[in-house]
Design a protein around this ligand. Sequence first.
Ligand code: MF3
Ligand code: CO
Length: 264
Amino acid sequence: MIHYKSEKEVEVIKASAQILGKAHAEVAKAIRPGVKTKDLDKIADDYIQDCGGRPSFKNYRGYPAALCISVNEVVVHGIPNEYELREGDIVSIDCGVKYNGYHSDSAYTYPLEGASEEVLKLLSRTYESLYLGIAQAKPGNRIGDVSFAIQHFVEQFGYGVVRELVGHGVGRDLHEDPEVPNYGKRGKGPLIKEGMVFAIEPMINMGSKNVVQEKDGWTIRTNDRKPSAHYEHTIAVFKDRTEIVTTHEYIEESYQFKWRNKSQ
Ligand code: MF3
Ligand code: CO
């Protein structure tokens, strides 16, 4: 069942998303070679709690941390640990905040300095696919229009679209209906209507679309161990427009490695 939100509820989700955007920026400031992923997790966890929020992922179905931190061939749901980031790595930081009863959810993949041109292209194209998906998330369209836009764009480069994990409605629960796959057909799926709030989150692999789950029960990595990128926004649909409620703006101000060509 899809829970449609009132404008007041969307305002609360936006407040949640502001804390989230700033938590991401605190993490961005600390991303560099030598930092342990569990130290990044503590930064986000402390910041969110200082703001009066709660990290949405912590204790979600037993998940042990505030962030999912997924390095290189890890697609999503990497558990923060003792690993120290290295030059040339890419690292996806996925975070959720619950504030005044409502969640917000967003993710961003950072390249460290030394990442190859080929990997930077994977990141900027995955980022672009997120925005192409968002452009289709307008009232009157269907979820399949969003899915198709993402898939159609990235497959031209030979990339693999992960099937096992999808975007989702966001609200009082972190994961609500509808599911928002990153592959699909135009004109199919639920109708996009005023009051819908959902996360769009392309997970795009440099190689094969196939993934495997590690024995820890969380970590998802590519089957062929080639790198994978992940960007996510939570969006809200109004009668005549769609707003991106989460923000990457504070991230892009705070991260020292200015890797993205914004004209792309
Ligand atoms: N951001 C992830 C998603 O969009 C949530 C991670 S699952 C958790 O589905 F268990 F780690 F919280
Ligand atoms: Co999500």
